[in-house]
Design a protein around this ligand. Structure first.
Ligand code: 6GU
Length: 225
């Protein structure tokens, strides 16, 4: 899979992809992540990428030209399955969408900024508008990192069997049950007896029951579906 990320702050995105599972997936050539600085494509002599909105007090808006030229260049090199725009007024991101995106070969993620981008970019290029939650970030870079991370870990080979994405919270519509490791007794804080029993069937039933209890308490909305 190839992910092209278009941003005016590429440095923000270097950290999240240089560690752990995403780094491993890049090293193993399971995914290619290309960061593009939108500013490099500005034909303006000061490399400007924004301008005043056509309405009073609406602040600065990202201009069409550098973004359009960059997307046109990428599209001339390969075909893209999705062109995503990260924006707080997008569709709320969920695991189901991560699953779908992880099946694609080539995607672009355009990071939003300031008060937004010229609507014509959204109208003519963007296929998916995504928000990662009901709060406002200073820019779309962190959202792009979240989306990329959630996709990459689902690509076959990105994770070992032990950390398989199939057992994640949300994949079965339930939150994960609590987990424990040694020691069985830490200064009197004990691991639940059943986990020490060795009875796999009973342990599975306990885990399922715990998952339901936890979901009921924290995310009752998940149980309605
Ligand atoms: Cl995708 N962008 C920004 N700027 N804020 C957000 C967001 C995205 N998702 C939630 N808040």
């Amino acid at each position: 899979m190839r992910i092209d990320i278009l941003t005016i702050f590429p440095e923000i995105l270097e950290g999240p992809f240089s560690q752990s599972i995403v780094k491993r997936a890049i090293d193993h050539q399971i995914v290619e992540i290309h960061l593009h600085n939108i500013r490099d494509y500005s034909t303006n002599k000061h490399k400007k990428v924004d301008d005043y909105a056509y309405s009073v007090g609406a602040g600065m808006v990202m201009t069409i030209q550098p973004i359009a030229d960059l997307i046109d260049k990428l599209k001339s090199e390969r075909s893209y399955d999705a062109i995503i725009f990260t924006t707080p007024d997008g569709i709320p991101y969920q695991q189901k969408q991560a699953n779908q995106l992880s099946l694609f070969d080539n995607i672009i993620i355009l990071c939003g900024h300031y008060k937004g981008i010229d609507q014509r970019i959204r109208d003519h290029y963007i296929t998916h508008e995504i928000s990662i939650g009901d709060y406002v970030l200073t820019g779309g870079e962190l959202a792009a990192a979240v989306i990329t991370d959630s996709i990459v870990r689902l690509i076959p080979g990105a994770m070992s069997d032990e950390t398989s994405a199939l057992t994640d919270s949300f994949q079965d519509g339930l939150l994960s049950p609590p987990v424990y490791t040694r020691p069985a007794d830490y200064n009197g804080w004990k691991v639940p007896e059943i986990l020490l029993s060795g009875d796999e069937k009973k342990i599975e039933a306990w885990k399922h029951e715990q998952a339901i209890e936890k979901t009921k308490t924290i995310r009752p909305d998940l149980l309605k579906n």
